[in-house]
Design a protein around this ligand. Sequence first.
Ligand code: SF4
Ligand code: SF4
Length: 432
Amino acid sequence: MDFKKLPPVQEQIMKCVRCGKCRSVCPVFAEIRNETAAPRGHVFMVQMLRDGKVEPDSEVYDYLANCLLCETCSINCPSGIDIHELNAAARSYIYEHHPSVSKELIFDTLWTKPSLLRTSTKFLWGAQKSGLQALARNLGLMKILPGDLPKAEGILSSVPLRSGRSLVREVNPARGEKRFRVGYFLGCGTDLFQPQVAKATVEVLTRNGCEVIVPRETRCCGMPHLANGKMDTARKLLAHNVKIFNGYDFDYIITDCASCSSALTEKNIKFVLGGLKIEDEALVFADKVMDLTKFLVDILDIQLPDNPDAKTRKVTFHDPCHLANAQGIKSQPRELLQRLPGVQLVEMAEANRCCGGSGTYSITHYDLSMKILDRKMDNAMATGADYLATCCPSCMMQLQYGVRRCKWDCQVVHPIELVYEYYQSLPEIAPV
Ligand code: SF4
Ligand code: SF4
């Protein structure tokens, strides 16, 4: 689709009144203090791109790519401009003029084929365990990797051997009376880097009356592709997932990853697939998609049995941008944590400020990402929590890295892990 015909580019861009509200909330501008890095500057840049006043070249791409796509600017813009959508659309427009071989390899060859992506991750695990990675580092071989990847190597430093898919079955019957038939959208981040979250999700859902199906043909939600100028590939991935999940008769489609649920919302579907033949089918699919914590609290109304011996735990919560900003989901993860016996929820300052991870951002913009992470860690550590909870595997990786960097004795978890652990801690009920 022509970039200039996209609704945000056609209709919204003219609404900017240059008020600067977006600039005052942008975590990147707070670090760089340069108008070209501000959302308002991005709107202006996209306008010039549309009007042919600047060339779609790599310099313009780099300005726009400084942005985390955290959506903080969009939700604060009084004119209602979807600034992050303008940015993502412009990146794709520029990419079409300047395709890159390494991006094709990563985003079209690897990241569209789950089995290939899993094999590469296993290779990474093998390299870590055998010391090959350390050897490559010592020989300076890591330096030949693209972008900031060599610097960001530490973020990927704890790849688990088992994938989420290998820990959960395709069909998982409900325990007790069945209430819902649920499709579990198992995203790449959870599958490859936080497999214990996948296991906990399936276990908790089945314990609460859900039959859980994990379609094996699920592919990436397309969010990393959108962030890297590959909207064409994001379209294909979304269309594929729509066909797969619509082939089942699900009551709900649940995911534990904030980025996946935000990619599968009606709003993003309209942005990426709007005007295409598949749009109506995709909206039927989007209507069933829900974040896991929202489903557990609002739909299942999960109640956890009391246990006087429950471990006392101090937990703080980081809002993933794709959950709080993109979907307005803030209360449900907190409510879920507070329903857990023994949990004391302590709020950190600026809980909904980006952690700097933003999918691939910490790899493409390592130094800037670390500055944003440092502020997050200061706020989190000030709570003195034992657990740092969040609902996105990408945030989890970034925060795990932050915890290691700060040598902080704190465990980063998805709230569902604490729920599952709590169930496991309950004494077995003897059969009557
Ligand atoms: S907040 Fe919206 S209207 Fe104000 S400068 Fe930013 S984009 Fe323009
Ligand atoms: S999406 Fe986030 S990082 Fe990007 S311009 Fe808006 S506020 Fe700044």
